[in-house]
Design a protein around this ligand. Structure first.
Ligand code: NAD
Ligand code: DAU
Length: 350
């Protein structure tokens, strides 16, 4: 039995995680707190919003009095911490927003959990969801393992690395029962169209340029979001306290090959002439400090806890495109208003 606090449950990964826990563990009470920034959207949770074991509370993880009153009310036994500022490009424009939410916010959550659990940590879990970007950038060879030294290079990854360090500090200093996972790039439904895959799907639908940073040779290791949250479920229930687990898909793509694959599949699905969408590819100014390659070695998770990705990429990307084509209302809602201002600032001067 758990009373679980999920933070950032209205975001991309958080909404899939909330859905999985609410539907799979009807005996748990799940409380989702989210500030509902531009990236948080309650439409992501419409199908479960009336579930008897689920409650949403709007709130900010940097607000200590709010967190204390919430812990007092619900007596949480577990925290699944997803809330973050998550987009690298935004961290280049506004690094302090990332320090505030990702570092200070994680500190506030840890401190509140410590105060309420009063150093009696029996049957408690503080699970921190993190990223492979904390390990820095790989050359053509090699993989990130759990032993790879941290070497974050963007304000986003530096803020996530700092939050990982804080979580480990609470484990070593106070014996807080923590777990951390570091995952590679996710894709799937409800992904906000500022990130490469949903941005390109949206632009292909609308016949707009597909902006490729630099030469498109950077490599990412893509994992279907439902496989990520399945891994979190396994680690939450069977992973060891104090341990870190890497999660990845063994699925590396250069950005240009990935976008060409998207174009190919979308031409077929939209009934366009072969090669029509590829003509939209436009090379633009590179991202500052652009990490070359990420690739995860998830052997520990496979050998110790038996997790493996379930979907092949071509199938996952096909499901994802279908979801966006069938959910144009969601896409239109999230790309109205502030999205247009962001898009102009981010791309018009490149
Ligand atoms: P997202 O940007 O889609 O969602 C973040 C959510 O956090 C939003 O709902 C937002 O409203 C909420 N939030 C932001 N600031 C908050 C605050 N101060 N208080 C409360 N809520 C706040 O992000 P995502 O892609 O779903 O990522 C979720 C987590 O997973 C992040 O910690 C991210 O670092 C990590 N991660 C993401 C990926 C990926 O590929 N997207 C991969 C590995 C790890
Ligand atoms: O590796 C995990 C990380 O993956 C997560 O921690 C982050 O929250 C998540 O945003 C993601 O970071 P990336 O920077 O890798 O994802 P993004 O989709 O922004 O970019 C993927 C690649 O595509 C990257 O090499 C930059 C490039 N790119 C991105 C955009 C938005 C383009 O070429 N053009 C674009 O318009």
């Amino acid at each position: 039995m758990h009373t679980v606090l999920i933070t950032g449950g209205a975001g991309f990964i958080g909404s899939h995680l909330t859905r999985l826990f609410v539907t799979k563990y009807s005996q748990y009470k799940i409380v989702n707190i989210d500030k509902l920034t531009y990236a948080g959207n309650l439409e992501n949770l419409k199908d479960i919003e009336h579930s008897p074991n689920y409650e949403f509370v709007k709130g900010d993880i940097t607000d200590l009095p709010f967190l204390r009153s919430l812990f007092e009310k619900h007596q949480f036994t577990a925290v699944l911490h997803c809330a973050a500022e998550s987009h690298v490009d935004r961290s280049i424009t506004d690094p302090l927003a990332f320090v505030t939410t990702n570092v200070v916010g994680t500190g506030c959550l840890l401190q509140t959990a410590k105060e309420f659990w009063k150093d009696n940590f029996d049957n408690k879990i503080f699970y921190h969801i993190s990223t492979d970007e904390v390990y820095g950038s790989l050359g053509k060879e090699g993989f990130f393992t759990e032993e790879t030294a941290y070497d974050p290079r963007s304000p986003y990854s530096a803020s996530k690395a700092a939050s990982d360090h804080l979580v480990r500090a609470f484990y070593h200093t106070y014996h807080m029962p923590v777990k951390i996972s570091n995952c590679s790039n996710n894709y799937g439904p409800f992904h906000f169209p500022e990130k490469l895959i949903p941005l390109c799907i949206h632009n292909i639908i609308n016949n707009k340029p597909l902006p490729i940073y630099g030469k498109g040779e950077n490599i990412r290791d893509w994992l279907y979001v439902e496989d990520h949250v399945r891994a979190i479920d396994v680690i939450f229930h069977t992973g060891k306290i104090g341990e870190t687990y890497n999660i990845g898909g063994h699925n590396e793509w250069t950005n240009i090959d990935l976008v060409k694959e998207l174009c190919k599949q979308m031409d077929l699905k939209l009934g366009r002439e072969t090669g029509a969408s590829e003509k939209l590819i436009t090379y633009v100014k590179d991202r500052a400090g652009h990490d070359l390659r990420y690739a995860i070695d998830a052997t520990k998770l496979k050998n110790e806890l038996g997790w493996m990705p379930s979907l092949q990429f071509e199938e996952g990307i096909s499901k994802t495109i279908d979801w966006y084509l069938n959910n144009t209302e969601w896409l239109n809602h999230v790309t109205s208003g502030n999205y247009q201002n962001y898009y102009e600032q981010q791309y018009d001067k490149r």
